[in-house]
Design a protein around this ligand. Structure first.
Ligand code: FA5
Length: 340
């Protein structure tokens, strides 16, 4: 094999390396010359056919050509890698000397704001604040509230049942039961919290919403006491005259039971999507605690009586802040929430 073959291979390959404009072109040139099936490998194969003297001189040249090509390849590869790094760094460059945009102050959610006000108000009236669990037993949510299995009142609240027989509480009323059983009479308590129903969502209905339960158990509690606390609650929240109406309402855990509605503050009673064009919003069902409910929690109804209410806190927030669609409250849109 003439030395000129190796010398020509070196010249041509160095030229190919030098003219490569991309990493791919460089790689192609390397594979052609130095790859497993490349020219140099081919030449090495024929090496065995040479005489021992030829092998010594050709071998030396072969090694030196191989080293020259490998180091030229490495050098050019390094050049491409450095260029790529410089390109990436230029794209990622940030000016660390720019002033920071500053911390954006957060704000409380409108439901939290109004819940805090109600908690303060009732604390000042001597009420304890209780928080029951969101996953409840059937007994607390229904049976102990005088709603046994098969009672048609169970259908009033379309319930999310869990596979273990528990449920997502459909109202905050089970906290009445926990309060009566754990604290006993005399009792003044409120229980704000989240409740869940399989509801069709519209401007005034959510599947997940907030209520505040209220309960007072004492001697000689009457409807007059109930109305006094309802009025105190509404004037504390609205700081102005609001028109209310009281009508009979049916809940198995109170007797008598009432629905306290508020004249819609979104449309001033003229009719809108929130009040379903009736001019009134259901806000505050209430009543005197049914003797069975007291009995089921170990309280003697001959000695004790009480009132209870279940305020729709989400709807109250809508009335207070003039929010015309309940979905705004849970949408997580910061443009909406940052107004509060
Ligand atoms: C109850 O949940 C009873 N536990 C209330 C109660 C407590 C009555 C104690 C008597 C004594 P009701 O299902 O009506 O009742 O719900 C109470 C309030 O929650 C309603 O007046 C309304 O303001 C609000 N509410 C009910 N369903 C929804 C809903 N899907 N989305 C938003 N608010 C709702």
């Amino acid at each position: 094999m003439p030395d000129s073959t190796l010398i020509e291979l070196r010249r041509a390959t160095l030229a190919a390396f030098a003219s490569a404009d991309t990493m791919q072109q460089l790689e192609d040139a390397r594979v052609t010359a130095l790859g497993r099936k490349g020219t140099l490998a081919q030449i090495s194969k024929d090496f065995g056919k040479l005489s021992p003297e030829q092998r010594a001189s050709v071998g030396k040249l072969l090694n030196s050509v191989k080293q020259d090509l490998e180091s030229a390849y490495e050098e050019k590869k390094k050049h491409f890698e450095e260029a790529e790094l410089a390109r990436r760094l230029a794209g990622e460059w940030i000016d660390v000397t720019l002033p920071s945009p500053g911390l954006r102050p957060g704000s409380l959610h409108p439901i939290t704001l109004i819940q805090n006000e109600i908690e303060d108000l009732f604390t000042s009236l001597g009420f304890a604040i209780l928080y029951g669990p969101e996953v409840e037993t059937e007994e607390h949510n229904f049976d102990a509230l005088n709603i046994p299995a098969m009672h048609p009142a169970r259908d009033m609240q379309d319930t999310f049942w869990l596979s273990n027989g528990h449920l997502l509480r459909t109202h905050t009323s089970p906290v009445q039961v926990r309060g009566m059983r754990e604290l006993g009479p005399p009792l003044r308590m409120i229980a704000p919290g989240r409740v869940f129903r399989n509801e069709e969502v519209d401007a005034s209905h959510e599947h997940t919403f907030y209520q505040v339960e209220g309960m007072m158990v004492d001697r000689d509690v009457s409807v007059a006491n109930l109305i006094y606390f309802m009025k105190t609650l509404l004037s504390g929240v609205f700081h102005r005259e609001v028109t209310v109406r009281l009508r009979p309402g049916y809940f198995p855990f109170v007797e008598p039971g009432f629905e306290l509605d508020i004249r819609c503050l979104i449309c001033d009673g003229s009719g809108c999507a929130v009040c379903k064009h009736s001019g009134w919003v259901e806000l505050l069902p209430c009543g005197l605690v049914h003797p069975n409910v007291l009995r089921l929690s170990g309280i003697d109804p001959e000695e004790w009586g009480g009132f209870a209410f279940g305020l729709g806190l989400t709807r109250l927030a809508m009335m207070r802040y003039g929010i015309d669609d309940i979905r705004q409250l849970q949408g997580g849109d910061l443009r909406f929430l940052s107004q509060f």
